[in-house]
Ligand binder design. Structure first.
Ligand SMILES: Nc1ncnc2c1ncn2[C@@H]1O[C@H](COP(=O)(O)OP(=O)(O)OP(=O)(O)O)[C@@H](O)[C@H]1O
Length: 324
């Protein structure tokens, strides 16, 4: 459904030195029919620039891409007819009536008024917008407005939908609700979905596959579970009852850990942590060694790698830190 090879975009430099900005340096990616793919990356990594090239809003400076079978550079008209694009800011005007907006949008994409109205009403039902056809977007909740944006992006029945941060700014319940609707796009309509997000739980819950972009190039492409398996080990956190024995605990973890072992003072105690491959098998031995040394523990915690750990190990940055 999407295929890109060596896709690149350099912007002319601004300011005094006029150094060109290499926003995207050579993206190779493939998205199959019916896949839900999440596109993640730190701020400035090149996500929006890539999305804009794939949706024909921006010309690549190098490389090629086909979207829904059409070339983005030479068949932009056909590409646009085949895709839905829901931008970050949405495209509804606050004054117009929701239903009219959807119908107008459909007509802009070349479908008749009758078709657009029928399809729009069907989408309102599917997206839990019943009864809001004549409502102005400014009198809707954030979640309803976002679902209206999605209805607009889908009214011409595209086989492929690009969603740019679809749930940013929504409360957790509205986000979960929108996830259900996005999943239904695939199960009920067979659509392919390509979405950017800053929420790793969203990518985890929703996406078949995750592409990570950093410094303008793809650095990982796999299922969320496979990516988590790539991070070396589970995080084992031990809190000795006597903080004075933290160095001994650290030495015992170090014997089975991959990488650095950290000792940190936390509220009312000390935590010693390290990444341990296959913690389920290693921890019993670790506990026996602690027992033999006469070291008592206040608590023990084993945490499986999260997508945030994956992101940190791939890009050196935590998406959570960036968002805070
Ligand atoms: N029109 C432009 N002119 C010059 N530089 C640009 C332009 N658009 C983007 N850039 C630069 O290209 C790089 C990639 O930007 P892009 O918006 O694609 O990143 P992003 O991954 O979408 O970031 P974010 O998560 O913050 O939206 C950044 O360094 C940005 O400053």
């Amino acid at each position: 459904m999407i295929s890109a090879r060596g896709l690149a975009r350099t912007f002319a430099g601004r300011g005094k030195d006029k150094t060109p900005v290499q926003a995207v340096v050579g993206v190779d990616l493939d998205v199959a029919d019916g896949e839900i793919v999440g596109f993640l990356g730190p701020n400035g990594a090149g996500k929006t620039t890539t999305l804009r090239m794939l949706t024909t809003l921006l010309k690549p400076t190098a490389g090629t891409a086909t979207v829904a079978g059409y070339d983005v550079a030479t068949q932009s008209h056909q590409v646009r007819r085949s895709i839905g694009y829901v931008s970050q800011s949405g495209s509804t005007s606050p004054e117009a009536r929701a239903g009219e907006e959807v119908v107008d949008h459909g007509m802009l994409y070349g479908i008749s008024q009758r078709q657009a109205e029928a399809r729009g009403r069907e989408l309102f039902d599917q997206l839990d917008l019943e009864g809001l056809w004549d409502r102005q977007p400014r009198a809707m909740s954030g979640g309803q407005r976002r679902r209206l944006d999605i209805a607009m992006g889908l009214v011409h029945d595209p086989r492929l939908v690009f969603l740019d941060e679809p749930t940013t700014g929504l409360d957790p319940q509205a986000r979960a609700n929108l996830w259900t609707h996005i999943s239904a796009l695939r199960t009920e309509r067979g659509s392919t979905v390509f979405l950017t997000t800053h929420y790793l739980d969203e990518a985890d819950a929703l996406c078949d596959r995750i592409l990570v972009i950093d410094h303008g190039a793809i650095v990982a492409s796999d299922t969320p579970d496979a990516l988590k398996r790539q991070v070396s080990g589970d995080l084992v956190v031990l809190a000795p009852t006597d903080p004075g024995r933290a160095a001994e605990v650290a030495a015992l973890i170090d014997a089975v850990a991959d990488g650095e072992v950290e000792v940190a003072g936390v509220q009312g105690g000390t935590h010693v942590s390290g990444r341990v491959r296959d913690a389920g098998h290693q921890v019993p031995g670790l506990l026996r060694a602690l027992d033999a040394a006469g070291i008592a523990l206040e608590s023990i915690e084993v945490k499986r790698p999260t997508l945030d750990d994956v992101f940190l190990s791939l890009t050196g940055r935590s998406l959570r830190e960036e968002n805070s």
